[in-house]
Design a protein around this ligand. Structure first.
Ligand code: SF4
Ligand code: SF4
Length: 443
């Protein structure tokens, strides 16, 4: 069943309504590189699409950047080792999003020796770019996990005229993309220009919320110095949540409305996260695939909140240890920010490619007062940026029926968390929306 007409509308005209308190406490925290932990656990599923299969076995020696998993499925991307050492086992783990998948466990030798077969990549055509993006193992680093090569592979017959680089970073606490702007502006700008020129896209815009004036100013200055100021626009956006959500961003930047069931390329847009485009450029320059990423480690329960470059597959507890350890027993650990983050059942989960933050909260800060009955105030409906009725979907989930959930458009939820944030009854609406979405898509 398709969604009814009343939700077949583009994103709300107000482009997101929440003004959040941002708590960007780590904004000036320069990224610190975490040394190799004693072991990493690297999941074979770190993207939207089918999981990879391991191509190594226990006892194999690997180096940093060695490919350890791959798949022939179109929406899968290869997985690489983030340390040098020895594969100790292939096992099944619980993923940070709650699903189970295969993972390769590697005991590190502490040397971080790089794979000798890595070398810079030549990119001249669109096909070269798509192949490079796939081999880099890149997915959307803003959290979505959509394979970068699939985004860049613009379907025949579709004309993309606008490249939007998403630097909104609208979630509270997270400063990972902001640090990318401050530490690697050349890579962002050169990567953007490369994608623009190779894919022959007319206009390129780097869009950043206006609560990051230093990043905006710095990118403008570096773009002038690199003579890219005529090629790339730097656009200031209103700091309103969820400004970084794809539909909201496209509307804010271009005024174009992305109808439900359509892709950005259907309305002439290509949207990439700012750290993704930067990492893609570094891969082309060096041949080193995505083996580490910057994570904002924050929360009232961690001793030293900071931005850390973490090897993919490092366990949360090892990252926390590197950040000075816990102040007390954590009450809640979120992979991601407070609006869209996923609560973890323990600190044994590994960091994956799309994690941009770990939020470690004390029992007091992480425990919400109990939910009370819905008072039918309609605030959740009023705030939803994609015109859903969270209260109705929550009611439908008491007796879940796929047709009913589809008719309410549960599959179109962008999991932004706005409904739960405004609910005076503290209903756990995001968790219910996630379950409803999964049920409406899968069952
Ligand atoms: S999380 Fe809530 S507010 Fe956000 S899209 Fe889903 S239903 Fe709408
Ligand atoms: S915001 Fe909360 S209390 Fe108000 S209608 Fe929605 S679920 Fe009910």
């Amino acid at each position: 069943m398709s969604a009814p007409d009343n939700i077949l509308r583009p994103v709300r005209k107000n482009t997101g309504k929440l003004r959040l308190v941002h708590h960007k406490n780590t904004a000036e925290s320069e990224t610190v590189k975490m040394p190799a932990p004693s072991k990493v656990v690297i999941p074979m599923l770190q993207h939207i699409g089918r999981p990879c299969s391991p191509i190594v076995k226990p006892g194999d020696r690997v180096a940093v950047g060695t490919k350890i998993g791959d798949s022939s499925e179109p929406n899968s991307v290869p997985v690489h080792s983030s340390v040098s050492g020895t594969v100790s086992k292939i096992t099944t783990i619980r993923h940070s999003n709650g699903n189970t998948c295969e993972a390769v466990v590697i005991e590190s030798d502490g040397l971080m020796t790089e794979d000798i077969f890595l070398s810079p990549v030549k990119v001249e055509t669109a096909e070269d770019l798509v192949n490079a993006a796939r081999e880099s193992g890149l997915v959307g680093l803003g959290g979505a996990g959509f394979p970068t090569h699939s985004k860049l592979d613009i379907p025949k017959g579709k004309a993309v005229d606008t490249l939007i680089i998403n630097g909104a970073e609208c979630e509270p606490y997270i400063t990972s993309d902001y640090r990318e702007c401050m530490e690697h502006p050349e890579d962002i700008l050169q990567g953007t220009n490369l994608v623009k020129s190779v894919l022959n896209i007319k206009r390129a815009i780097i869009a950043i919320e206006d609560n990051k004036p230093k990043a905006i100013k710095y990118l403008k200055q570096v773009s002038y110095e690199l003579h890219l100021d005529k090629e790339i626009e730097i656009m200031k956006l209103d700091s309103r949540y969820p400004q970084g959500a794809e539909k909201v961003l496209i509307y804010s930047v271009t005024g174009r409305k992305l109808p439900i069931n359509q892709l950005p390329s259907d309305i002439g847009c290509l949207v990439m996260n700012i750290s993704t485009v930067s990492n893609l450029y570094r891969y082309i320059k060096t041949g080193m695939p995505l083996v580490s990423r910057r994570i904002t480690v924050e929360g009232d329960c961690i001793n030293k909140p900071m931005n850390v470059e973490v090897p993919i597959g490092a366990l949360i507890r090892d990252v926390a240890e590197f950040c000075g350890g816990y102040k007390s027993e954590p009450g809640k650990i979120l992979m991601g920010g407070p609006m869209m983050g996923v609560a973890q059942i323990s600190d044994e989960a590994p960091v994956i490619k799309q994690n941009n933050a770990i939020l470690i909260l004390s029992i007091e800060a992480g425990t919400l007062p109990p939910a009370t009955p819905c008072i039918r105030c309609g605030r959740c409906v009023e705030i939803c940026p994609v015109y859903l009725m969270p209260v109705a979907i929550e009611t439908a989930m008491r007796n879940p029926d796929r047709e009913k959930l589809l008719s309410l458009g549960a599959n179109y939820c962008i999991e932004c968390g706005c409904c739960a944030y405004v609910c005076p009854a503290r209903r756990p609406l995001v968790q219910v929306m996630r379950q409803a979405k999964e049920r409406s898509i899968k069952s």
